[in-house]
Design a protein around this ligand. Sequence first.
Ligand code: PEP
Length: 258
Amino acid sequence: MAGQAKNIRPLVAGNWKMNGVKASAAEVEAVKRALSEAKPAIPADVMIAPPAPLISAFSTVAAGSDIAIAGQDCHPKVSGAHTGDVSAEMLKDAGAEAVIVGHSERRSDHGESSAVVNAKASAAHRAGLTAIVCIGETRGERDAGLTIKVAGRQLKDSLPQSSTAANTVVAYEPVWAIGTGLVPSTADVAEVHAAIRADLINRFGDEGAAMRILYGGSVKPDNARELLAIANVNGALVGGASLKASDFLAIVRAYQRG
Ligand code: PEP
């Protein structure tokens, strides 16, 4: 696939948002089973980000498989008087290997600025987690022709200097495409991802050239193949369609050879 740049192993990550209970581990079991039975093996990394209370249980289920478990947010600090928050170190201790930071729902529901997102990504790096850093424009910004400017600004301000290809993944998620069934055109996705790649190379050199850039926003089984084949699209961040193993696997299978 064109989107599968040489040397960049794609990542398909599922963001469960505020969904799921302990019994939902059956979906992780189903993904695990399907991945282990896939022949040839699907050349993509797979990740599931459940709500924090499920990280430990899901990590136990995913152990010994190719599924990594991730958090959906973390506090910048290690510990302290921050009621309701969870630190990157706590996520790591519970079995997570990564954490999503700066998702548009965090930016809008909790007023998170890119400076806060930057501190959270730094915390992820400090704890030994991969930071999945989300950026993306609103509908109004796109209509005003500001997409590249907004994405570029968020990228610059949200990524800490400690970012490398191993510890950071960028997720481009147009806010207006999340959970709406709307998807930008192939050309629009290609344009934004190319601009992100150029910015990453400019700032991080070879590390920026190798950093994964995911597309997120209404990725479904029926559009995954087309979206994931776009140049500089190194995988997907999937919301709604990641909750059911069958839909999630159908997206992961976009990378299946043949
Ligand atoms: C998301 O939550 O990151 C997302 C992309 O959601 P959806 O796939 O449901 O649009």
